[in-house]
Design a protein around this ligand. Structure first.
Ligand SMILES: *Cc1c(COP(=O)(O)O)cnc(C)c1O
Length: 716
């Protein structure tokens, strides 16, 4: 590593060499004090790098670095933070070792098609990726011995540009991999390491990149190398390729290639955790590995199965890949003989008994080959068990059910630094160490209302300034039409009640629900004394035309003078904009069609920062809502037009509850009623919907048992 750091940053003075090590470990992304270390060198350069330490260090002139390396005040701060960094990465993390026998020899391989870690590594489409990113960050903090594997997509996910008529266009832009916290792995000969995915024709080779996420290593595969033919090079080009055959190859690489990469790197692991069905072929490769070592197929299946964890994330059909049998035959005809089974037996592994002719279903494969299986909320467990009742019925009664582990968010990643300082003052000095303990959060009541409100108001201003600066840049650089500038938020006003809605524009999320009765919405938004504004953001999948139509509808409303510039659509939603939004709006809106939101996580991010959730009762909110910590609607079953009923329930809550709370302020200008809801949101959300609670639950419910490999493992 030292040689690499010298090579990457040749101009970095010895005295502050540690900055190079810190830059290449995403530890900085959840430690604001580490980000400050870079920001202190040069605020403007930090901003221009879009908060990316690797890019910033590479571009800083040598004389700036020389000057800072003899600045006494800076060095004091540097020494302290660098010591903390070394302490963190040098130790193993306590919790796991205290709670799991044989913790020393344990290792869990975590497979996911996407990871959301930071905006400088745009290898994510949405919630699934952030869940994976937050999971491995928390594993790092708790000392859970995880190694993660996924794809380095050279083009990332779609970069969004909206045309004047509101239609989403994507731009093909390659990521600058040399300017991000990601490193090529080299083989012994000093050349880039390459791994061959077995039994593929033509052969597929992958290069491997490494990302350090605190104490966890994430390995990302990349097929864009010379050893591959042009079509093969495209396999990892971008997330969720539409073409079904390329998609199958992607999943072959993810599961089977991923398994081979770990093997080639000599990384031992005894448990496999599949984040969603995409990587499920990994279990087949684990079975094949065992057969090569002398087991029969049945023994190998039983052994792999006992050590496998599968998390399913959505009831939406598009989230479950089903491949036509002829394609499976094409790519696996030399594979099943190695498993010692017939073609029929192989196909059977991917058959959903309720739709046997539909094709090879990756979720069915995962359910059949993983003993430990879970949905991501209580409600989602019910929905999933119903969805798969045919398959579950065909299993032995001892096989158990599908369990649930409700999602959570990585608190240090999503907590705004100023709010973190506020909690440091009122929750006691080591609250962050015990943040999944609800009793610690009772002290939120001690925070003076005005203090919380002032910080919140500051964050709201920051969000609105950020949005306006973005539009200003487009106005100057792209010469956008003034009506586009209006639609993208120039007229936002920090004193107005602000609703945030930001997520993928999948149609079931109903971004346009609030536009359902435009006359009623106009009255709410344009109320002379108590106006309301709404900020939208989010991308539609490039192949999802209905999703793009919803987006267009929202964008055209934002452009419409009848809404007086109080509806804004902000382009290119990603991790950075998400941070500003979940910290800075007043209310977080969520209104999918129930029961399609398996969990949802952005409302957790908002609540943690004192932005209460206004949501349909679905996903995590069924567990999270307690009557005081936000607002809920849609609990009643609806006959007829669900949109009509839900939209009016939403308007009612806005008009009768939220608007009056926001605009009724004390003599000091504090909306005390709303602050009460904000505090209740923080208190109830912080501990329960944290990734800390979630990863502990995965460990206790699954990892611990899977590591022991007892077929009859007794689960509590
Ligand atoms: C958290 C997050 C998501 C997921 O949000 P949901 O509420 O689950 O839809 C998507 N995109 C970004 C950028 C996020 O930060």
């Amino acid at each position: 590593m030292e040689r690499t750091i010298n090579k990457i940053f040749p101009h970095l003075p010895e005295r502050i060499k540690g900055l190079g090590y810190i830059a290449y470990n995403l530890w900085w992304s959840w430690h604001p004090e580490a980000r400050m270390l870079f920001k202190m060198i040069d605020r403007q350069a930090w901003k221009e790098s879009i908060h990316n330490p690797v890019k910033m260090l590479k571009e800083l002139p040598e004389k700036v670095l020389q000057r800072i390396s003899s600045d006494k005040d800076y060095l004091k701060y540097y020494d302290a933070i660098y010591a903390r960094f070394r302490y963190y990465t040098g130790a193993k993390g306590e919790w796991f070792r205290q709670h799991v026998d044989d913790a020393e020899s344990a290792a869990i391989a975590y497979f996911s098609a996407e990871y959301g870690l930071h905006h400088s590594l745009p290898f994510y489409a949405g919630g699934l990726g952030f869940l994976a990113g937050d999971h491995i960050k928390e594993c790092s903090d708790l000392g859970v011995p995880v190694v993660a594997i996924g794809f380095m997509y050279p083009e990332g996910y779609v970069r969004q540009k909206i045309r004047e008529d509101g239609w989403q266009e994507g731009t093909d832009e390659k990521i600058d991999r040399e300017a991000a916290a990601i490193r090529r792995l080299l083989g012994e000969n000093g050349e880039q390491l390459q791994v061959e995915v077995p039994f593929t024709d033509p052969p597929i080779h992958v290069a491997v990149w490494e990302v350090a996420v605190g104490r966890v290593k994430l390995y990302l595969m990349d097929t864009d190398i010379e050893a591959n033919d042009p079509e093969t090079r495209e396999i990892s080009a971008r997330l969720y390729i539409g073409d079904i055959e390329q998609r199958l190859k992607q999943e072959v690489v993810l599961g089977i290639g991923g398994y081979r990469v770990l093997k080639t790197l000599g990384i031992e692991h005894s448990v496999i955790h599949l984040n969603e069905g995409h990587p499920a072929f990994a279990i087949l490769e684990s079975i094949r590995d065992k057969i090569e070592n002398g087991m029969s197929f049945d023994e190998a299946l039983a052994s792999s199965r006992n050590r496998a964890v599968f998390t399913t994330h959505t009831p939406v059909p598009a989230g479950h890949d089903v491949f036509p049998f002829p394609l499976i035959e094409k790519y696996f005809n030399s594979y099943w003989p190695r498993l010692g089974i017939t073609k029929e037996a192989f196909f059977e592994l991917g058959i959903n008994p309720e739709a046997p002719g539909a094709g090879f279903n990756m979720t069915a494969l995962a359910l059949k080959t993983c003993r430990h299986r879970n949905a991501v909320s209580k409600k989602h467990q019910e929905v999933t068990e119903k969805m798969w009742q045919g398959l579950l019925k065909s299993e032995a009664p001892t096989d158990g059910r599908i369990d649930h582990v409700t999602n959570g968010i990585h608190v240090p990643t999503w907590l705004e630094p100023k709010i973190m300082l506020l909690f440091n003052r009122y929750l006691g000095p080591d609250w962050i160490e015990h943040h999944d303990d609800p009793s610690i959060w009772e002290l939120v009541d001690e925070i003076p209302d005005k203090e919380l409100w002032d910080i919140h108001f500051g964050l709201k201003n920051k969000l609105i300034n950020f949005i306006r600066e973005r539009v200003r840049k487009r106005w100057v650089e792209d010469r956008i039409d003034p009506s586009i500038a209006m639609a993208e938020g120039v007229m936002l006003d920090p004193t107005v009640l602000t609703i945030g809605f930001a997520r993928r524009f999948a149609t079931y999320k109903r971004a346009n629900l609030i536009l359902h009765d435009r006359e009623r919405l106009k009255k709410i938004v344009n109320n002379r004394w108590r106006p309301v504004q709404i900020i939208f953001a989010g991308k539609a999948h490039p192949a999802d035309s209905p999703g793009k139509e919803v987006l267009q509808q929202v964008f055209l409303a934002a452009k419409d003078p009848e809404f007086a510039g109080r509806i804004a659509f902000v382009e290119d939603y990603g991790e950075q904009l998400a941070q500003y939004m979940v910290h800075g709006v007043d209310v977080w809106l969520n209104n999918p069609v129930p029961p399609l939101e398996a969990s949802g996580t952005s409302g957790m991010k908002a609540s943690l920062n004192g932005v209460p959730h206004l949501s349909i009762l679905d996903g995590w909110w069924i567990e999270g809502f307690n009557g005081e910590n936000g607002w809920a609607f849609g609990e009643e079953p609806v006959d007829g037009d669900r949109n009509e009923a839900d939209a009016h329930a939403l308007y009612d809550i806005l008009e009768n509850k939220i608007v009056p709370l926001f605009y009724k302020v004390s003599s000091e200008g504090v909306p005390e009623g709303l602050v009460k809801v904000m505090k209740a949101a923080i208190k109830s959300n912080g501990p329960r919907f944290s990734a800390r609670r979630m990863v502990k639950e995965y460990t206790q419910k699954f990892y611990k048992h899977a590591l022991k490999d007892f077929p009859e493992s007794q689960r509590a």
